[in-house]
Design a protein around this ligand. Structure first.
Ligand code: NAD
Length: 293
């Protein structure tokens, strides 16, 4: 069994980006600049955004963090996005999800200019992804692809089972694994909360992507010997032994599933770090495209 180590792979991606960024700037291109919008004070969202900003610094990008109270009205948010869309120095815009219930998430995401949609959630980006056209891929699925690539995991002809069908993880990774390219060429089944015989389906999976948000859902008796298991889940569970009062759990019962796997990603230290690496890749590409115009 080999661990799919998000720390190692994301560091390799960042080292490469740091070099490419220095090259881009030395050739007269622009310094990539990511703008992140954070609303409210959800602990997990704060941590993710802080990490995204810190990682931008690490690779030599500029970043701007724009914060609002939960009570922010939609009009303020819309005018902020419009300003960022019009600002030539900003290459990428991300709105940290989830948004407060009073704000229409789909509407806000669709306002981000597709050329700056580095999270890859805009309907235009998703449409291009489905058609196999060049675009920004959604960050978490893209991170999973980078991980499969790094470990040279064979995907052609494999049976992939994706658990979860969200717009940001399950559905896009199912489409990407099904593309006629590497990583891809899998036969994919997408499971969700209404799927019958989920255990039987998972037992066929050469590759299983668990993205449902239920801690330790995927058990040892649901996985065949030699499977590649990728755990996307991140759930904070109360833990009095931790200073923070919680620990992070994935969707896979790692201790009991890992011995059966050929490869498995841990939580933490797996896909989460790859999501940030993918976001940095998209931001670099946005700046490069602009520099070449
Ligand atoms: P979501 O809540 O939007 O979707 C969950 C999906 O799981 C739904 O499609 C639902 O049908 C399915 N589901 C729920 N219960 C199920 C069951 N019993 N059996 C089968 N399917 C079931 O979730 P999401 O936004 O895709 O996030 C999923 C998990 O991934 C969460 O823990 C989230 O925190 C994590 N996540 C991690 C990253 C990362 O960078 N690692 C990024 C995004 C999300």
């Amino acid at each position: 069994m080999q661990i799919l180590d998000g720390k190692i792979v994301s560091q390799a991606v960042k080292d490469d980006l740091k070099q490419k960024t220095a090259e881009l700037i030395s050739k007269g291109g622009k310094t990539p600049h990511l703008a992140a919008i954070l609303i409210g004070n959800n602990g997990a969202s704060e941590t993710y955004v802080a990490s995204k900003v810190k990682n931008c610094e690490e690779v030599g990008y500029n970043s701007s963090l724009i914060r609002f109270e939960t009570s922010v009205d939609e009009a303020t948010l819309i005018s902020t996005i419009e300003k960022l869309n019009a600002d030539d120095d900003i290459d990428g815009i991300l709105v940290q999800l989830p948004l407060p219930k009073s704000i229409n998430e789909d509407k806000i995401i669709s306002l981000i200019h597709p050329d700056k949609d580095v999270d890859g959630f805009h309907p235009m980006s998703i449409g291009k992804m489905i058609q196999g056209l060049p675009t920004f891929l959604p960050a978490t699925p893209y991170g999973i692809l980078l991980m499969l690539e790094h470990y040279k995991i064979e995907t052609k002809g494999k049976y992939a089972v994706v658990i979860g069908r969200s717009n940001i993880v399950g559905r896009p990774i199912s489409i990407l694994l099904n593309r006629n390219t590497y990583p891809g060429n899998c036969t994919v089944t997408v499971c969700h909360s209404h799927t019958h015989n989920l255990k039987e389906i998972c037992l066929q999976g050469d590759i299983i992507i668990a993205a449902l948000g239920i801690p330790e859902f995927l058990k040892n008796d649901m996985v065949k010997e030699g499977a590649v298991v990728i755990d996307v889940g991140i759930t904070r569970v109360p833990d009095t032994t931790k200073k923070s009062g919680f620990s992070i759990k994935g969707d896979v019962d790692f201790t009991n599933v890992a011995p059966k796997c050929s490869y498995i990603s841990p939580v933490p230290g797996g896909v989460g770090m790859m999501t940030i690496a993918a976001l940095l890749m998209n931001t670099f590409n946005a700046a490069k495209i602009k520099s070449e115009k």
